[in-house]
Design a protein around this ligand. Structure first.
Ligand SMILES: Nc1ncnc2c1ncn2[C@@H]1O[C@H](COP(=O)(O)OP(=O)(O)OP(=O)(O)O)[C@@H](O)[C@H]1O
Ligand SMILES: [Mg+2]
Length: 276
């Protein structure tokens, strides 16, 4: 496997943009195969078929934006990759290994796949700094002093180092979401999943969170991002995946997708959100 260095990641990203979907699916030219691979994944909630034969391969360093109507299965897709939801059939492979069902390997998967939700999910009774150091100390077994030092540099990076000793409720939504991103990054994840990270934010705070995410994408982090922020999709995504009724209806590079959506569902969806 290619070492996970900044140089390697940037190079991988350059490769990703140039390869066809089929190449990306086969992992051609990018590390040792896709980092995330879903094959024929199905999921039901009772009678509701929420993921229908989903096939998706995400290359190392690739940024995939998932869009689609409410209820189309976007959150379920993200949660399945992190095994917060089980699946009924099919296969999900992360970094060459089928998703573990339980135990220590599941804890490792959760550490390897950082997840940022719409609601910030910070620990309310811990300071921002403690929120960021807790996982590295408990799960990654890092020394507290080292974890603190790294946490501070991550908080610096997301622009909230001065808030380190405050509690989540004392921060703005945008600051809390940036803290949640720093907390996920502190685990040294191989991939980051974002599920509508800006949709609970006041408009003036959306930009500061998207800036952090854009920088992360530029550094070569593998990202799956559910968002309605089409500016982010245009500028930061390698690929846009459109979901409807539990299916991946179409996928393309952002320029092609926005200029030339093929399916009626995607055209209809875009006309609604772009004129909204
Ligand atoms: N735990 C659950 N139990 C039962 N049904 C669920 C559960 N979670 C999701 N669903 C249903 O599964 C479908 C897909 O939900 P999901 O949250 O994945 O959609 P989504 O695309 O993320 O929607 P949104 O854009 O509103 O966030 C919806 O019809 C939803 O009501
Ligand atoms: Mg959702």
């Amino acid at each position: 496997m290619r070492p996970f260095t900044v140089a390697g990641m940037t190079e991988a990203k350059g490769t990703v943009a140039g390869v066809t979907e089929a190449d990306a699916a086969a992992g051609a030219g990018v590390g040792a195969g896709p980092l995330v691979q879903l094959e024929g994944v199905n999921k039901h909630f009772g009678h509701l078929h929420v993921l229908r034969d989903v096939d998706l391969a995400v290359a190392r360093g690739e940024v995939v934006v998932v869009i689609g109507p409410s209820g189309s299965g976007k959150s379920t897709l993200c949660r399945a990759i992190n095994r917060l939801e089980t699946i009924d059939s099919g296969r999900i492979v992360f970094d060459g290994q089928p998703l573990p069902a339980e135990g220590r390997s599941l804890a490792r998967l959760r550490a390897d796949v950082g997840m940022v939700f719409q609601s910030f999910n910070l620990f309310a009774h811990r300071t921002i700094l403690q929120n960021v150091t807790l996982g590295p100390i408990k799960v990654r077994k890092e020394k507290p002093a080292e974890a603190r030092e790294r946490a501070m540099s991550l908080l610096e990076r997301v622009g909230i180092a001065s808030q380190a000793d405050k509690y989540p409720a004392q921060l703005s939504g945008g600051q809390q979401q940036r803290a949640a991103i720093a907390r996920a990054l502190a685990m040294r994840p191989k991939a980051m999943l974002f599920d509508e990270p800006t949709s609970a934010l006041d408009p003036e705070m959306v930009g500061e969170v998207l800036d952090v995410m854009t920088a992360l994408a530029g550094e070569g982090m593998t990202m799956i991002v559910v968002t309605h922020e089409m500016g982010f999709a245009r500028h930061a995504a390698n690929r846009v995946v459109f979901m409807a009724d539990g299916q991946l209806v179409e996928q393309a590079g952002p320029e092609e997708f926005f200029a030339n959506p093929r399916s009626d569902r995607a055209k209809d969806f875009l006309s609604k959100i772009l004129t909204h």
